[in-house]
Write a protein that binds this ligand. Structure first.
Ligand code: G4P
Length: 516
């Protein structure tokens, strides 16, 4: 029971495809975690998300998500003590962007939600790839068992296939939709059945239940066909435990939160240039994984979200951002305690602090007391949509350059300055980023711009010796650009083009990610 503050933290994100039930599950997790009054707000946010289509609404959504980017709640668990959960919101869905990816760099585990009736979609797979890159282990929650779903085996096999992982069913739905009877916990062989007529809130728990023959058979097959739960394999990212339930009806959510408390990993050491920094290191260190412009367009202040890696943060503390060398006093940190909305004065490893600033803090910055640590591994991702930026007023080149630099810093877009030609190229991983770009250019920088098709499809960062880069440039000048840091980038016409050039230039690395 004598858990250190860091050991009692569970910092995680939920990943899913649209409509799988992320918002509903978030709400129910907060409900089960004791942060009840927040539930309505999450719902409101879900609605805002769906309705959004113009800049005002984007702004609205962005504003609201400043406060709901992190949801912290705490609960007591027998034998474990009080566990503090930090649930990080991932924008996700069709509006997913680098922001989503970066959020995943700040968590220790993820919950993947899938709809029992549907499959795993490409975007979810991509998020999963990021989890793998970061060794973020995944718990799978198969949602909506209160409706007719696909056969359980089919779902399990698809998860195994899509994630290229072992799957381990931890629970089993006894019937789905109209035939739903309850959820069997395969570890304890207890079934929880819906209480009363409402069929909501599993209440009645019964040990060693008598199951319908076909379900008993299924479970026997499953126990023979899937590996047993192995904590190490899960935490290592080789196995995903699978839970079944219904977020809407609150089935299986208590079991899920219990699993996060008991098996999801506490804050881990984070890689830095000088080796991993462990949570129990005395010095306060952290990294900025997200920067969000404030809601108020009159003020250019931004909130930098820092994940605390080590030490105990105290309000008013001075921290040195790696980019500056000059300490900043963190007088008014935003700490996210959903429970009582009180401003907390301390934060522990795994917690997230929002630091208001005027653009001094950038994504990827390390903050530390002594400025001797640099965290690594916050990547940029190769954009999948490239556009040429055309100015409506050609005299605004300087403002445009400043805006593109700023916005790429914030992670809204990536910018590439081609070696030949004067038209700059922006790259994004999601369409919504382009809408945000045009709106913000106009609103914040008074720059009217149009986005035109670019003759390129994707980009790769080039790494190699100066001689190899020069030789490559001789033949490919028209496809070369520099990113905002001045690093060389190959603009490719197609994925095939990347493969072709890679083959022809084995001494160069064509990288789809770049460390910030
Ligand atoms: P998202 O954030 O992943 O996009 O999903 P969200 O929670 O908004 O859920 C998408 C839809 O699925 C919602 O219905 C929600 O009520 C429903 N849903 C979520 N979990 C369950 C579940 O366990 N069972 C069933 N049957 N439905 C579920 P909607 O009609 O689009 O929205 P609303 O009118 O209910 O707000």
């Amino acid at each position: 029971m004598s858990t250190s503050p860091a050991a009692s933290r569970r910092t995680f994100a939920i990943i899913s495809h649209p409509d799988a039930g992320k918002t509903t599950l978030t709400e129910k997790l907060l409900l089960n975690g004791g942060a009840i009054h927040l539930a309505g707000e999450v719902k409101a946010r879900g609605a805002a998300r769906r309705a959004r289509s113009d800049w005002m609404k984007i702004e609205q959504q962005r504003g609201i998500s400043v406060t709901s980017s992190v949801m912290t709640f705490a609960r007591e668990f027998p034998g474990l003590g009080t566990i503090t959960f930090n649930l990080l919101d991932t924008p996700g869905h069709e509006d997913f962007s680098e922001d989503t990816y970066r959020t995943l760099t700040a968590v220790d585990s993820a919950i993947m939600v899938i709809d029992a009736a549907k499959g795993i979609e490409p975007q979810t797979r991509k998020l999963f790839e990021v989890c793998r890159m970061r060794s973020v282990p995944i718990i799978t929650f198969v949602n909506k068992v209160d409706r007719e779903g696909r056969p359980v085996f089919e779902i399990l096999d698809e998860v195994a296939d899509a994630l290229a992982l072992d799957v381990c069913p931890m629970s089993w739905p006894v019937g789905m939709g109209g035939t739903f009877e309850g959820i069997l916990d395969l570890q304890t062989n207890r079934i929880s059945r819906p209480e009363g007529d409402s069929r909501e809130f599993l209440g009645k728990v019964e040990a060693d239940p008598v199951l319908p023959d076909e379900v008993a058979e299924e479970i026997e097959l499953a126990q023979a066909g899937y590996p047993e739960f192995d904590l190490e394999a899960y935490r290592h990212g080789d196995l995903t435990p699978v839970f079944f339930g219904s977020a809407l009806k609150n089935f299986g959510v208590a079991e899920l939160i219990e699993a996060i408390a008991r098996i999801a990993p506490p804050p881990r050491p984070q890689p830095s240039e000088a080796g991993p920094i462990a949570p129990d290191n005395d010095e306060v260190t952290g990294f900025v994984f997200k920067v969000q412009a404030n809601m108020d367009p009159q003020h250019r202040d931004r909130i930098a979200f820092m994940r605390l890696v080590s030490g105990t943060f105290r309000r008013g503390m001075k921290l040195v951002p790696s980019g500056l060398g000059k300490p900043v006093a963190v007088h008014s940190p935003i700490l996210f305690f959903a429970q009582d909305r009180e401003i907390a004065d301390t934060a522990e490893p795994g917690d997230i602090i929002g630091i208001p600033n005027h653009g001094t803090l950038r994504v990827g910055d390390t903050l530390s007391e002594r400025n001797q640590v640099r965290f690594t591994g916050l990547p940029n991702f190769a954009p999948e949509i490239l556009r040429r930026v055309a100015l409506k007023d050609p005299t605004k080149t300087k403002q445009l350059r400043k805006a593109l630099d700023d916005l790429s810093e914030e992670g809204v877009i990536q910018v590439f300055y081609p070696e030949i030609g004067a038209q700059w190229i922006v790259g994004v991983v999601g369409q919504l980023q382009l809408d945000v770009l045009v709106s913000r250019l106009e609103a914040e920088y008074k720059v009217g711009a149009m986005l035109e098709p670019a003759p390129f499809d994707t980009a790769r960062w080039l790494k190699g010796s100066d001689a190899a880069l020069r030789a490559f440039a001789d033949f490919n000048k028209a496809n070369l650009a520099k990113d905002r840091d001045g690093d060389p980038v190959f603009l490719a016409r197609s994925a095939w083009d990347v493969g072709y050039q890679q083959e022809r230039n084995p001494e160069l690395a064509f990288s789809a990610t770049k460390e910030r």
